[in-house]
Design a protein around this ligand. Sequence first.
Ligand SMILES: C[S@@+](CC[C@H](N)C(=O)[O-])C[C@H]1O[C@@H](n2cnc3c(N)ncnc32)[C@H](O)[C@@H]1O
Ligand code: SF4
Length: 403
Amino acid sequence: MVAAMHTSSSTETADPRRLYFNPQPHFLTVSDNLHTTYSFDGEGRLLGAYLDGISYRRGLGGDILMKQVVAGRAKRRRMLSTFERRQLLSLVSAHVAAIRECAQATASPEVCSWLDRALTWDVERLEAERDAFQEIYKPISILPPDQYLALVLQAAEGCSWNRCTFCSLYRDRKFRIKTPDEFRQHIRSVKAFVGAGLRMRKSIFLGDANALIIPQARLRELLAVVHQEFVIGDKGLKGIYAFLDIFGAERKTVSDYRELRDAGVRRIYLGLESGDETVFRLLNKPGSPSACIEAVQAIKAAGLNVGIILLAGAGGERLAPAHVTHSLEALAAMGLSEGDLVYISPLIVSPTGPYAQQLDQAGSPWLDQAAINAQLARLKDGARALCDPRAKVALYHIEEFIY
Ligand SMILES: C[S@@+](CC[C@H](N)C(=O)[O-])C[C@H]1O[C@@H](n2cnc3c(N)ncnc32)[C@H](O)[C@@H]1O
Ligand code: SF4
């Protein structure tokens, strides 16, 4: 628990000789004796903290994700409870007040005024942001890791399929597409909420699970709204990014994709999960592995990049060899190149959910964590060996995500 770990006097006082300030154009990092570090956005809201070997990331929605390395290299990740969150925020606030006193004599006026802004965010004000966030957004369930610093705009809500057996990310909401007027209103509320924190955001991510399935005519209108509200390109946000499922991807033509590219879309993320037909069907994914390969080829022919997600551990023990072999074959057939990404997501599912039951019926025992990790390494190494070296291969961990 946070209280047990951080009641030491190290966070109640500050020594000017051991304080380090690193003001960046869009965020401030403050470090006390290099053991304790905080970062704040342009508004002064806490972004992250590092205390006693534990790192905390605070999302725009007010949740705090704790990450700790335990037993060598294993990582423990979890969201703090309300009690723990409030305790951490009040501890940070007290420490920042002590730091601010010391900063008067040593830090620049810019740093002092940033710390003053940070101190206006007491526990109650930060916690009130949770309600404000929920007025504007449905939960942001997941983003690809390269998009953690994107500004999310929910052009649609939910997943139009929502029936993959392993995925519960969008089960809490119905799929719906916003009208251009609604979307503009959403964007304006987002801008007002994020405030100076907007400068930290690098790109636009169109939510939710498969925003690009929106029929082309509506998508065109919604993308036009984005351009009316933001500068996209060399002088602004670096592009528009979104998920798409394979059904949706099959319905678009190369010329549709070209239109998206001309409207600033840069990369489309698709969950292939497995290149093996049997495993794919077991997961109840829409489409098929061969349809995914064709869709990727069409997307790339239009000059867009792709991010392909594979699931480590899908299909259980009996189907594991086919899953690995056919997934790598599918990647090889896609002709990935510079700007494309391959993500491997270790499967995280309830042992009593629908996916586990299906594995049982398929007679393919559940893989334990060590076996999933071993498969993850095989998929990563295989993807690196097979794909163009300019395509990046990385981990996609749903428990690392916080927006
Ligand atoms: C928004 S979807 C990807 C785009 C699109 N909806 C699709 O399915 O092609 C999110 C991705 O998160 C990953 N994911 C979802 N549930 C997961 C789970 N239980 N364990 C691990 N990864 C999961 C999957 O790889 C999935 O493709
Ligand atoms: S994996 Fe994608 S298509 Fe399947 S339910 Fe999840 S978000 Fe929807």
